[in-house]
Structure formats: C-alpha cells, structure tokens
Design a protein around this ligand. Structure first.
Ligand SMILES: Cc1cc2nc3c(=O)[nH]c(=O)nc-3n(C[C@H](O)[C@H](O)[C@H](O)COP(=O)(O)OP(=O)(O)OC[C@H]3O[C@@H](n4cnc5c(N)ncnc54)[C@H](O)[C@@H]3O)c2cc1C
Length: 447
C-alpha cells in the first residue's frame, strides 16, 4: 500500500505528459485536478458530478478511509473493508471522472501542471486536498520507533504489534517480569479524541478479551498509560466533557498523566519530562498533526505547516489553485488560529468550493466559506461517550454513546459498509468479543 511512497524520484519519466495522461482524453471542458481522495476530495467530486467539467483525482492510495473509526481496526473491532471504499467506486456513474493512483511530488504553478511519479499532468484548476499526517515535532527517534494512527496501514501495524506483544510475552519465564510487563504495557501520547478513544478500546480489550486469549498472563500487570501535555483530557472539547472522559478512562483502568511530555523513547523505555520512565514495547503517538503540503508552492503560501487560503479557499499568491480540508489554513476573526482539522470542516469546505466552481462557470459572485460547527464527540469504551453539541450543550454516558454510534454509522459511505459496521458492533457488544485479532505480518510468511 505504501510502495508508491518508496519510489525514488529518479524513476520519474523524463518525457512530459506520459503515463498519467494515458487514457485521459483532451476535451473542451475545464480540467479540475483534485489531489487527495479523503473527506474533502470525495465530497468535491460528489458536488461536481453533474457539471460539465473533467475531474482527475490523484491519490497515492486506491481507497478512501473513514478515519474516525480507524482505532477500531487497530483494536480488532472492525476489519479494513468495513470502513474503506475503493475510490474508483465514484467513477462508475461519471464518464468525466478519472482516477489515477499516483503520488504528487511537486506543483508547477507557472506551467499549471502537477508532477507525479507517473509523469506530468496539466490542470485548469487545481484543488489540493492532501490532508495531514502525524507530527513528531522533529523528534526522529520517536518517529522511527513509535506507532501512529493516521492511515489504514498504521491501524493494521498497530493491531499486529498489540497482539504480537502478548504472543511474545508468553515466551518469558515468570522470573522475567520486567520483560513480560514491557510487552503488556501500552503508552499512548496525547489525550485528544484519538488518544482517548484508543485508550478506552484497549482498556476494553484488557477487561474482556485478552484474559480469555492469554489465561497464562496476569493482566493486573498490564498498564495502559495516557500521557497529555495539557492540564486536562480532551483539550479541544469542553471542560465538562474532558472531566467526564477522565472519569470514564478511570473506569477502564487507564492511568492518565496530565501536564507531562514524552521526551524520548529508547530501548523500550518512554522517558517523561518529569523523570518518570515507563517500560513498553508499544508507544502510540497521537500527539499532533501537520499538513501534507506539496513542494513547489510560491512563497507565502505555506504557514504553520499548512497551506494558507482566503475565505474562498484560494491558495495565497496563486491563481486557480485551491486547498481544502486538513491541509488548508483558513484564518478568520472567529478562528484566528485557523479552523480545526476535522472531517466536517473538510466536507463543508468542499461543498462550498463545489458551489463556487459552478458559480465561476456561470460568472456569478463567489460565496465566502463559513464553518457551521455541529459539535464534536469522543467515545470511551462501551456505553460511554462525551458529546459537545451546538449551543454549548454537553452530555455523555449511554445516551452520548448512542448518539456517537448513530452519527458515525450515518457518516460511513455505502449501505453495505453501514450494515457491516453495525453488525460487527452488535456482535462485539453482546459477545464481548473482537473477531479481528489477526497478526498480519509479511515476515511470518517467509519460509
Ligand atoms: C485517528 C484519527 C481519528 C479522527 N477522528 C475524527 C473524528 O472522530 N471526527 C472528525 O471530525 N475528525 C476526525 N479526525 C480528523 C479527520 O480524519 C480529518 O479532519 C479528515 O480526514 C480531513 O479530510 P481531508 O480530506 O482533508 O484529508 P484526508 O482524509 O487525510 O485525505 C487526504 C488524502 O490525500 C492523499 N494524499 C496525501 N498526499 C498525497 C500526495 N502527495 N499525492 C497523492 N495523494 C496524496 C491521501 O492518501 C489521502 O487519501 C480523525 C483523524 C485521525 C487521524
């Protein structure tokens, strides 16, 4: 899945316009190139599906993932196909839509073309919707050794590591408690929604699933640590939700450390800034994101690791280049630090841009983007979630969990996937089981 990322730039075709343009017809319609088939990219395709434009979507992967449920794949509750859809699915009813699985390496704004590992492609309008990736804030050591959760391959790698650690823990004698605990302990860095949801799900695994799988191990020795630099859990949500989530985490036996930072991770030991050392073979970094900014943009377009856009999502100092979703930085009086990197922002920006592209074609005035905050939520294990609804209404508990499930189920693409996720949830709920506890590791297949 990640193989394209490994391609050296030297393999780029020298002749302009091969490979990627094969089978993409030249037409009189404007060509809109969309980089990224995430929430923003696919919403824009939907908006423009009936318009007289040629759309070329480029993504390094061939599928869209419903990222908010990635942690459930990582903790064996769902399987990859339940929350991912092939991007070519969007092709089927639209003859003007073309998809290419490729990696965009550089933008050549003066020539109005993008450079990919499959060659160069001209555009009339370019939309950058490349999302964000995990930010290790320059700590190369952590980047190399910590687990992350951003794309499907991360979730599968994390699931494998989690389960493999228990298989390996069994290989040690009782006297080697240090080794056993190192394999059982989990450290999660960052108590934002991702860290909290992961901690809750791993807490549930420890309570209901792992002791049945590994009766030889003493699970009172397994510690789940959640480390947060801020002074409370769920910093982006309300105080009330943060307090509630902390209580729920306590219920699942998660040890929360606030106001602390993980500075180093060496020889299976996480070193905190207050001198604490935690032995673990599984450190999960959920402490920050940075925009996937593509090389080649003109000066002034990049700010704080994101692409600076105006109220119409036009990239600063560029013509016909737009950025939407996590990669964009849209500053307003209401949001002086930019909009949050959330799926609803990406979807709403795509909707507005789609409408504006239609307006542009009809020579109508453009509509500025206005974010409608419909609230945020996070779940903590079974039966518990916190919800910050509009008008400063916050609630949680079982009702919050029910709302969380309904909203997520409603948002997953396709009826088949909704049914799959729902049936998995019902099965997991009543059986206390996690059917996807599979170790998928290529090395194990070598003879
Ligand atoms: C674990 C986790 C949980 C989350 N939970 C929630 C939640 O509960 N609610 C919520 O609102 N938000 C949540 N988010 C945030 C949400 O997922 C993002 O805000 C959303 O995905 C942004 O959409 P996007 O289209 O901008 O980017 P993405 O969905 O990340 O899509 C970007 C696409 O661009 C492609 N791409 C990137 N670079 C290139 C390149 N150079 N060439 C070709 N293709 C490229 C990628 O392959 C990807 O398909 C969560 C994020 C994470 C990581």
């Amino acid at each position: 899945m990640e193989a394209l990322e490994e391609l050296p730039v030297a393999t780029l075709p020298k002749k302009k316009g091969d490979k990627i343009t094969e089978h993409i017809p030249e037409t009189d319609m404007p060509r809109i190139v969309i980089i990224g088939g995430g929430f923003a990219g696919i919403e824009l395709v939907k908006q423009l599906s009936k318009e007289e434009v040629q759309i070329v979507m480029i993504d390094r992967r061939n599928h869209h993932t419903f990222i908010p449920l990635l942690y459930q794949v990582a903790t064996a509750g769902l399987s990859p196909g339940d929350i991912s859809s092939p991007l070519r699915e969007f092709l089927q009813d639209n003859k003007n839509f073309h998809f290419r699985m490729a990696r965009v390496i550089q933008i050549h704004a003066d020539e109005k073309e993008v450079e990919t590992n499959l060659g160069f492609l001209k555009y009339d309008m370019l939309v950058i919707a490349t999302g964000a990736s995990t930010n290790f804030f320059g700590n190369k050591e952590l980047e190399k050794k910590a687990m992350k959760l951003r794309v499907m391959s991360d979730a599968l790698e994390l699931r494998t590591r989690l389960i493999e650690n228990f298989e390996e823990a069994l290989q040690y004698y009782d006297e080697e408690q240090d080794e056993i605990e190192k394999h059982m302990n989990v450290v999660i860095v960052g108590a934002g929604p991702t860290g909290v949801e992961l901690a809750g799900a791993i807490g549930e695994l420890r309570s209901h699933v792992l002791p049945k799988d590994y009766p030889e191990l003493d699970f009172s020795k397994m510690n789940i640590h959640l480390i947060e630099g801020a002074d409370r859990v769920l910093p982006p949500m309300s105080d009330k939700s943060g307090r509630k989530a902390a209580k729920y985490l306590e219920h699942f036996g998660v040890e929360v450390s606030l106001g602390k930072l993980v500075e180093r991770y060496e020889d299976d030991i996480a070193y905190l800034n207050d001198g604490t050392q935690i032995k673990t073979k599984c450190l999960i970094w959920a402490a920050g994101v940075k925009g996937n900014v593509i090389k080649g943009l003109r000066d002034g377009a990049e700010d704080r690791g994101r692409i600076l856009v105006d109220e119409f999502n036009r990239v600063k100092n560029h013509e016909y280049v737009y950025a939407i979703g996590d990669v964009s930085l849209q500053i307003s009086d209401e949001h002086p630090k930019g909009l949050p990197q959330l799926a609803p922002v990406a979807i709403q920006q795509a909707e507005n841009l789609g409408e504006n592209i239609i307006r542009l074609q009809k020579d109508k005035e453009l509509k500025p983007f206005k974010y409608v905050d419909k609230g945020s939520m996070a779940t903590v294990g079974r039966n518990r979630a916190v919800v910050d609804a509009p008008m400063k209404i916050s609630f949680g508990g079982f009702f919050g969990w029910f709302v969380w499930m309904f909203v997520h189920l409603f948002s997953i693409i396709g009826i088949r996937r909704k049914v799959l996720v729902f049936s998995n949830w019902v099965w997991n709920y009543f059986t206390y089981n996690r059917g996807n506890r599979l170790i998928i590791n290529k090395d194990l297949d070598d003879l």
